[in-house]
Design a protein around this ligand. Structure first.
Ligand code: BMP
Length: 224
């Protein structure tokens, strides 16, 4: 899964289009967040997403009251996204319950953040990993976000959610996690941004990374 976060010195639409074109057959999907939406605008992203057939994740890490998150979900669905990411910490009542209900109505995949890749995740979020994973199960979320940078956290979440929920693991490359490690610890997808998208030749970088990923998975599973 490729995270598209355009750098400040690039023309955002051109940057995004060229990465999507170069990587679309190698990636399982693209994830865009605030940097892409704020620079390229939702309308142009919508046009880019419309013709793409893989996963199209809007990563706004929603954290609001239910009605407002549901409103954002509806807007994003109207712009051809098929998945959205929200924080777990806002809780179920009058918040994630309403969002998950709206996602079900719209046919949107709901992905909840259970733990994060940065050190600060240990300060607050990680005190609630098990409860967040249980909440994702209760709400029938499609996926959870968990850190490739901390494989022991991934294994813990995998033990909790089993095969019910997809685990998406960012942190590969620029943040230090080696390709394939997260897949070996229960993740279904690894999310890679700058290690590919900021490379001089993004496609070459993606091919190298995929090769390394497959080799590592072959070692730990006995098959790719
Ligand atoms: P990069 O590979 O360039 O570090 O990008 C990682 C991507 O994953 C970014 O888009 C970031 O917002 C996202 N992400 C993360 O890095 N850590 C998390 O815990 C959750 C994320 O969504």
């Amino acid at each position: 899964m490729v995270a598209l976060d355009p750098p400040l010195d690039a023309e955002p639409r051109k940057w995004l289009r060229s990465r999507i074109k170069a990587l679309q057959d190698l990636a399982q999907g693209f994830k865009v967040g605030l940097p892409a939406i704020l620079t390229a605008g939702l309308k142009s992203l919508s046009a880019m997403m419309r013709s793409y057939e893989g996963l199209k994740i809007a990563d706004l890490k929603l954290a609001d009251i239910g009605d407002v998150m549901a409103l954002s979900a509806t807007i994003l669905k109207g712009h051809h996204f098929d998945s959205i990411i929200a924080h777990s910490f806002v809780g179920r009542a009058q918040a994630l319950e309403a969002l998950s209900e709206r996602c079900r109505e719209l046919g949107l995949k709901l992905i909840l953040v259970v733990s994060m890749t940065h050190e600060g995740s240990r300060e607050y979020l990680d005190r609630h990993i098990d409860s967040f994973a249980d909440l994702a199960l209760e709400l029938g979320a499609w996926g959870v976000v968990a850190p490739a940078t901390r494989p022991e956290v991934l294994s813990r979440i995998k033990a909790r959610v089993g095969d019910e929920i997809k685990i998406l693991a960012p942190g590969v490359g620029a943040q230090g996690a080696k390709p394939g490690i997260a897949l070996c610890h229960g993740a279904d997808y690894e999310i890679v941004g700058r290690a590919i998208t900021y490379a001089k030749r993004p496609r070459k970088a993606a091919e190298r990374l995929l090769k390394e990923m497959k080799e590592r998975v072959k070692e730990c599973r006995g098959s790719a």
